[in-house]
Design a protein around this ligand. Structure first.
Ligand code: 2BA
Ligand code: 2BA
Length: 109
């Protein structure tokens, strides 16, 4: 079994959640924040059988498209402004940042 962690744009998250569930990939969706843009994104955790990892990766690839976006980063709330970028930047966002981790043990209590 593997744990697939996929960080995707909020924009794609509802469609991805629907497709995962429809294709019988159990998943957990977390609200997350990117360290660079400090904007919300969505992290999916999917524990999946080894034999279905490739199918899951294809689904992620199909569902989450890449695009360029100009963003004006938000002033950090309450704190560390050291790495704050005060001007709009053009970045390529979307797609999915995916990590595939081995699972040592899986239990449901
Ligand atoms: P953010 O950290 O907010 O980054 C958003 C996008 O900004 C990135 O898209 C990338 O195109 C750009 N970017 C990030 N850091 C940069 C830098 N130091 N210099 C220039 N451009 C930079 P993605 O690479 O598609 O990443 C989307 C989100 O996935 C990230 O949001 C972060 O939340 C997560 N992520 C990406 N790589 C990660 C990693 N190695 N570990 C954990 N999370 C990661
Ligand atoms: P949910 O996805 O909202 O699922 C709630 C409960 O619905 C599940 O309880 C299970 O009893 C049932 N269920 C979910 N998907 C099903 C399916 N395809 N067919 C039949 N029944 C289904 P739990 O199995 O105790 O899971 C509780 C929560 O743990 C899940 O909430 C999900 O957030 C997370 N989870 C479970 N398995 C996961 C996995 N393989 N990867 C990631 N997250 C998982």
């Amino acid at each position: 079994m593997k744990m697939v962690i996929a960080i995707v744009q909020d924009h794609d998250s509802q469609r991805l959640a629907d497709r995962l569930t429809k294709n019988d990939f159990r998943n957990t969706k977390l609200a997350s924040t990117g360290g660079f843009l400090r904007a919300g994104n969505t992290t999916f955790l999917c524990g999946v059988e080894d034999a279905r990892v490739d199918e899951l990766l294809s689904l992620l690839d199909d569902t989450c498209g890449n695009r360029e976006q100009t963003v004006a980063p938000v002033t950090p709330m309450g704190g560390n402004a050291d790495s704050y970028i005060p001007y709009p930047v053009e970045v390529e966002v979307g797609g999915a940042t995916v990590f595939v981790l081995p699972i040592e043990q899986f239990e449901r209590f």
